[in-house]
Design a protein around this ligand. Structure first.
Ligand SMILES: *[C@@H]1O[C@H](CO)[C@@H](O)[C@H](O)[C@H]1NC(C)=O
Ligand SMILES: *[C@@H]1O[C@H](CO)[C@@H](O)[C@H](O)[C@H]1NC(C)=O
Ligand SMILES: *[C@@H]1O[C@H](CO)[C@@H](O)[C@H](O)[C@H]1NC(C)=O
Ligand SMILES: *[C@@H]1O[C@H](CO)[C@@H](O)[C@H](O)[C@H]1NC(C)=O
Ligand SMILES: *[C@@H]1O[C@H](CO)[C@@H](O)[C@H](O)[C@H]1NC(C)=O
Ligand SMILES: *[C@@H]1O[C@H](CO)[C@@H](O)[C@H](O)[C@H]1NC(C)=O
Ligand SMILES: *[C@@H]1O[C@H](CO)[C@@H](O)[C@H](O)[C@H]1NC(C)=O
Length: 400
């Protein structure tokens, strides 16, 4: 029989495992019957929900929120979360978090449409990077306000309004959401070292512009690029109304084969694969309407597909509905657990879709990535976070 959680917290153990100082045990049963349950009119996509008796300060002081004992194994004995860089208002820490092992650097992009960034139609967003060697020094230093240097990456030709990225054949592939009517959205490839030369891999579907390609991932079974084509360029006023359904595509850059593999999304967003590539996870941020607010009746959901041997998808099922916020970036660990950036941090589900824990940032965590075993970088718009934990990411880095 397991120890009652409160007693276990007092003893510093749970389920026979020691509970790190940075972990907060949450008994899901304590959430089932709340004293006050506010009406929908008091909700939007930025509310934070905390268990009864837990203040936001408590939640941040112990940012690893354990909903199930399986999460203790994921975080290990000494998980840590640090803010390693900040920006006043410009959302420079948005998405496309990608680790390049050869230099141990991490790339990410500015929000391509946010008003506070001034990007979108007027100018493209930027790509930046940090060094993880410097991160180790910063979090090790006694100076609590020390920050890592954020360095501009300036690809040539420029990658216009980038949003998602992944390692691809020793370089980095990006989605670009396009600009206005005349700069077509594209999938780009960029050299991760100077001179950051870039190439367009794809910029049309049989002569038609994509809407706003959002995120992409390589399937480890066939090495092909799969990407979501969403609507945020339009919902952030820098792209015309949709010219194609919101779909997911696959691209074989060797043969040139390009095919739609999934539709029926409101706003397909993040995409990733299970460790052996037999499942695809795709987030649908339907509830988030960009500059036009939100619609709580639309998805904030993760869908799972079977990936067949021929690379096609079947058996769509609802894997998880997330709250608060919308599940944006999505990645698996090597055990097949599914992580997604939501309104209050990174949520973690086991392969059966049970919420087992959260890395609580207290702010929207649009995306994140495992950057080598036991390390994670999380983009929180105006804050960049670095977590250490026990788990390792499943994303293929060098093989394809
Ligand atoms: C969302 O709701 C919270 C709590 O009611 C409020 O503080 C916040 O300003 C709202 N945010 C937006 C974007 O409407
Ligand atoms: C961190 O600090 C410890 C103790 O001062 C030192 O031994 C270690 O080398 C430092 N690590 C890094 C990555 O700077
Ligand atoms: C601590 O870091 C901040 C931010 O980088 C810097 O301004 C300050 O000078 C540092 N303080 C010390 C004592 O090094
Ligand atoms: C695209 O062109 C159409 C037709 O001229 C125009 O109505 C629309 O505002 C343009 N959209 C953008 C984002 O430039
Ligand atoms: C960048 O240039 C190098 C050297 O010519 C080449 O090997 C690489 O494929 C180029 N990368 C891209 C993305 O164009
Ligand atoms: C992939 O992994 C899943 C889950 O571990 C397993 O059920 C399945 O048999 C594996 N498929 C292949 C082709 O290895
Ligand atoms: C929200 O989305 C639903 C489903 O598409 C739609 O019927 C409803 O009108 C939308 N509500 C608002 C306020 O836009």
């Amino acid at each position: 029989m397991m120890l009652p959680l409160l007693l276990a917290a007092f003893l510093g153990t749970a389920y026979g495992q020691s509970v790190p100082d940075t972990a907060l045990l949450i008994d899901p049963r304590s959430l089932l019957n709340l004293e006050v349950v506010p009406p929908p009119s008091q909700f939007n996509l930025t509310n934070i929900f905390l268990p009864p008796g837990v203040s936001e300060q408590d939640a941040s002081a112990k940012p690893f929120h354990v909903y199930d004992d399986a999460f203790l194994k994921i975080i290990g004995d000494n998980p840590t979360l640090h803010t390693i860089a900040r920006s006043e208002v410009d959302p420079i820490f948005h998405e496309a978090v990608t680790w390049y092992p050869a230099t141990d650097e991490v790339f990410f992009v500015q929000n391509a449409g946010a008003k506070a960034a001034g990007t979108g139609l007027a100018k493209s967003n930027i790509i930046q990077k940090i060094s993880l060697a410097q991160v180790a020094q910063v979090i090790n230093s006694s100076n609590a306000s020390a920050e890592v240097d954020v360095m501009l990456v300036d690809p040539n030709p420029p990658i216009i309004n980038s949003n998602g990225a992944t390692n691809y054949r020793g370089q980095i592939a990006f989605t670009g959401e396009g600009q206005g009517n005349d700069t077509a959205p594209a999938i780009y490839l960029m050299n991760p070292v100077e001179p950051y030369n870039a190439t367009i891999l794809l910029n049309n579907f049989h002569g038609r512009q994509f809407n706003s390609p959002n995120d992409l991932a390589v399937n480890p079974r066939n090495g092909e690029l799969y990407f979501t084509d969403s609507v945020y360029g339009y919902y952030q006023d820098f792209r015309p109304a949709l010219g194609l359904p919101t779909q997911v595509y696959r691209l074989n850059t060797d043969t040139g084969a390009l095919a739609a593999v999934a539709d029926q999304f409101e706003k397909p967003n993040g995409i990733t694969f299970s460790p052996n590539g037999s499942h695809a996870y795709i987030t649908d941020t339907g509830a988030g309407l960009g500059f036009y607010g939100y619609n709580l009746s639309l998805p904030a959901s993760i869908y799972r597909y079977d990936v067949n041997e021929d690379g096609t998808f079947s058996n769509r099922k609802l894997f998880a509905y997330a709250s608060p916020g919308i599940p944006d970036g999505v990645h698996c660990d090597t055990e097949g657990n599914v992580y997604s950036g939501c309104g209050d941090g990174v949520h973690v589900w086991n392969p059966a879709g049970k919420l087992i824990g959260k890395i609580f940032t207290g702010t929207t965590a649009a995306n994140f990535r495992f950057v080598g075993k036991g390390r994670m970088v999380i983009t929180g718009q105006t804050e960049l976070f670095y977590a250490t934990l026990a788990a390792e990411g499943a994303d293929p880095v060098d093989e394809f």
